[in-house]
Ligand binder design. Structure first.
Ligand code: HEM
Length: 249
């Protein structure tokens, strides 16, 4: 009996040490903050507009381009290799398809991104160069989010914008993941297999909170952009035209 009690405690202690559990715990509060941003609230209320969604896609394109480039460059790194699932998770081509659907063939010239998106990408590049293991925190924040609440948001978005088919919504679809719940379990176990020093573990938890913060800043900046840029300009302007909105990194 005493032995059983002891082994249970040890098992519990091991779970407490799991990176996946720790990361979920430290980001719980900021996750709630992310859910309460104006942009996410618009999704949740079924009121997301085409203008909001298009702008979000532009920023997501930049973010995933950087994230996936850095992940690929570091794919043999022992901290990154276990959570490197390009076939199942890569979002860049899906977002490009959605952007082409909404903006047309010359979508690349029409992409508009706020300063916060540039700051997010800058951080991803810095991490990729200086501390690739922290890419785990960024990949977790985006991909596990997309496989969780993101799935609900996709269905709501389709209704809110009155889209008849799933065209323009490829971002939300993961054809390489047949069971998101099982896949998330696998992903968490891979995260837990990454060997970390105490210092790295603390840094990782801080980086996860930062990743959420960077997302919140992108959402808030997008909302500001919608208020400040005339509708007409939003459809035509390029990244350059909104440079006035950029805050130096
Ligand atoms: C998990 C909802 C926004 C990142 C979840 C889960 C729900 C949820 C219900 C739990 C799923 C499960 O346990 O299987 C939402 C809703 C959102 C939202 C309704 C907005 C309206 C976000 C944002 C991010 C994010 C903006 C990050 C950029 C995550 C992550 C997880 C998660 C990383 C996985 C947590 C874990 O299991 O460790 N979300 N979410 N979510 N969400 Fe969100």
């Amino acid at each position: 009996m005493e032995q059983e009690k002891k082994s249970q405690t040890t098992a519990e202690q091991m779970i407490d040490r799991d990176l996946s559990e720790q990361i979920k715990k430290v980001t719980m509060e900021i996750h709630t903050r992310a859910e309460k941003t104006e942009l996410m609230m618009s999704f949740m209320r079924g009121q997301v507009t085409l203008a909001q969604y298009k702008l979000l896609l532009c920023s997501l394109y930049e973010v995933y381009q950087t994230l996936e480039e850095e992940m690929e460059r570091n794919s043999n790194h022992p901290g990154v290799a276990p959570i490197y699932f390009p076939t199942e998770l890569a979002r860049l081509d899906a977002i490009a398809k959605d952007l082409e659907y909404f903006y047309g063939r010359d979508w690349r010239e029409k992409i508009v991104v706020p300063a916060a998106t540039k700051r997010y990408c800058h951080r991803l590049r810095q991490i990729g160069k200086e501390n690739p293991v922290f890419l785990v925190a960024h990949a977790y924040t985006r991909y596990l989010g997309d496989l969780s609440g993101g799935q609900v948001l996709g269905r709501i978005a389709q209704k809110s914008m009155g889209l008849k088919s799933s065209e323009g919504l490829s971002f939300f679809a993961f054809p390489g993941v047949s069971n998101p719940t099982l896949f998330k379990q696998l992903y968490r176990s891979r995260m837990n297999s990454v060997e970390l020093t105490e210092e790295e573990r603390n840094g990782m938890l801080e980086e996860a909170v930062r990743a959420f913060e960077l997302n919140i800043q992108v959402f808030d900046d997008l909302q500001k952009m919608l208020l400040t840029i005339p509708k007409q300009k939003l459809q035509t302007c390029s990244t350059q035209s909104v440079d006035t909105l950029q805050i130096p990194i």
